[in-house]
Design a protein around this ligand. Structure first.
Ligand SMILES: Cc1ncc(COP(=O)(O)O)c(C=O)c1O
Length: 486
């Protein structure tokens, strides 16, 4: 029987399809631990694919811990196949709005993020080796030579036309029908969130957010003098719609600000059907939704999920995004499609930063048009899936058994629930002593909860030094657990 569909059918490469079939056979018990898997030659003949493709699939399965290569004998199912650890449960935040005070801990975490002498598990930065930096920089200089005048004149809102054209084209993949006129460019995703929030709410208003959520979201709400209402959020499916519906009955929620695709730090992804219901629920109450889709392109499969914006009939969804996670964190190019709030958003953009820098916008527009963005995404999706897997396995090996870990299907961060005795802030300080930075749980909560949780960034290149840092971190967790039990 031929196992494999054509690559075009599923959008995945042949070797990924082969590796998935073999891993399924292992999980189902058809291929058992210690058994030899079909030889490379046999499988290549059977499936009518090249030897190189099968080799690539087997190497991938080896790196993911399914197979082991035995010299002169071929590939075998690994004897002790790794089992994923337990997952954290849905969060249970207090159902009343909080005034946020991010305070000194956040500043300490930010300092550690900037320190290049540390092993940086703390910042959710993309992997430098996976960014097309040289190509982008060449594109940037070519753009400035080709159009010196445009590169040094400023481009007030809505921003660079060529870039907005490219963004509108790519939005088709997210299920959205956007025209370039619907889009405004910004300085990164953070500015997009900031101007959208200002456009829909004022100081003292309550904003519903996920629990936990990205600390930059807490900071922007704090800086605008608004309050945060944390909604129970499941590590796989995201915000509980039931809990949100109840919260909307009880509290005067002015707007929602959610990261629906691969939330940072949870990695949760709201199923598309729930997104549709969410948009309907908010539309019935005329409540705006700011949707931060900065990780949406980083699905681990070769297809990305839809956005809530794609279900928006009333112009109430303000979609925010940026190229910081996929192409260039340093170029600071982001954008928003703010629906019916277009004028207010343009006004706040104008009064805060006037215009987005011209040259980085031109370079990203050219890269999207001619630089092979699709090919680039296929590569980073595979790589992040692999890195997250390697980290999860290492955590199983080096951290106490009670550690719970999320199973994200996109992005490059893991959220860990450590044994109850371990205080994340104490671990953060001890880890700095070991030259390792982590992000402690309390910075992801309006009320500094999650005190035995941490977020780890898995994007860094996997090296023996990095694995050793995970081993040392795991030992620290073990020591704190022991000390806490006494
Ligand atoms: C969920 C989320 N939104 C927004 C941002 C900020 O994006 P940018 O660097 O483009 O301003 C980040 C950065 O880590 C993030 O994780």
């Amino acid at each position: 029987m031929k196992l494999i569909a054509t690559a075009q059918d599923s959008g995945e490469t042949l070797y990924e399809q082969i590796s998935q079939h073999i891993s399924r056979l292992i999980e189902q018990g058809t291929l058992r631990p210690g058994e030899r898997v079909p030889s490379v030659r046999r499988l290549s003949q059977q499936q009518n694919v090249s030897i190189a493709t099968v080799m690539q699939a087997y190497r991938l399965l080896e790196s993911r811990g399914f197979l082991e290569a035995r010299p002169q004998s071929g590939y075998f199912v690994r004897l002790r196949h790794w089992r994923p650890p337990a997952e954290p449960e849905i969060s249970k935040p207090r159902p009343v709005p909080a005034t946020i005070k991010t305070g000194a801990l956040m500043m300490r975490v930010m300092e550690a993020i900037r320190d290049p002498s540390l092993v940086r598990f703390g910042a959710a930065l993309p992997s430098p080796e996976l960014l097309p930096t040289e190509k982008l920089n060449r594109t940037l200089s070519a753009a400035s030579r080709r159009n010196p005048e445009l590169s040094n004149s400023f481009d007030p809102p809505p921003g660079n036309t060529a870039l907005r054209n490219q963004i509108a084209r790519r939005a088709i993949d997210t299920g959205c029908e956007l025209s370039p006129d619907d889009i405004m460019t910004t300085f990164g995703g953070q500015e997009a969130l900031h101007v959208c929030l200002r456009a829909v709410a004022k100081p003292g208003d309550t904003i519903a957010i996920e629990s936990p959520t990205y600390f930059g979201i807490l900071q922007v709400i704090e800086s605008l003098g608004m309050k945060a209402l944390e909604i129970p959020t499941h590590p796989r499916d995201g915000v509980s719609l039931e809990a949100l519906a109840y919260a909307l009955e009880q509290q005067p929620v002015k707007a929602c600000l959610f990261v629906l695709n691969y939330n940072n730090p949870l990695g949760s992804c709201m199923p598309d059907e729930n997104k549709r219901q969410l948009v309907e629920m908010l539309a019935a109450k005329e409540i705006p939704l700011i949707e931060d889709d900065i990780y949406g392109d980083l699905s681990h499969a070769q297809e990305r999920p839809r956005t809530a914006k794609s279900y928006d009939q009333k112009g109430l969804v303000l979609l925010c995004d940026s190229f910081s996670k996929t192409l260039a964190p340093g170029y600071r190019v982001g954008w928003t499609a703010p629906g019916r709030f277009k004028e207010q958003v343009a006004y706040y953009k104008l009064v805060s930063t006037v215009a987005t820098a011209s040259l980085p916008q031109m370079a990203i527009a050219d890269f999207l048009a001619n630089g092979g963005y699709g090919h680039h995404l296929r590569k980073v999706r595979r790589e992040y899936a692999h890195k997250v897997q390697l980290f999860t396995e290492a955590i199983c090996k080096y951290f106490p058994e009670e550690t719970k870990v999320t199973r994200p299907t996109g992005g490059h961060v893991l959220w860990l629930e450590l044994p109850a005795q371990v205080k994340a802030v104490e671990l953060f300080e001890l880890a700095l002593g070991e030259k390792i930075s982590i992000a402690p749980g309390p910075v992801f909560s309006a009320r500094q909860r999650f005190d035995n949780f941490i977020r780890l960034n898995c994007a860094n290149p996997w090296t023996p030094a990095l694995e050793n840092a995970l081993l040392r971190l795991g030992r620290l967790v073990g020591r704190l657990q022991e000390a806490g039990s006494k």
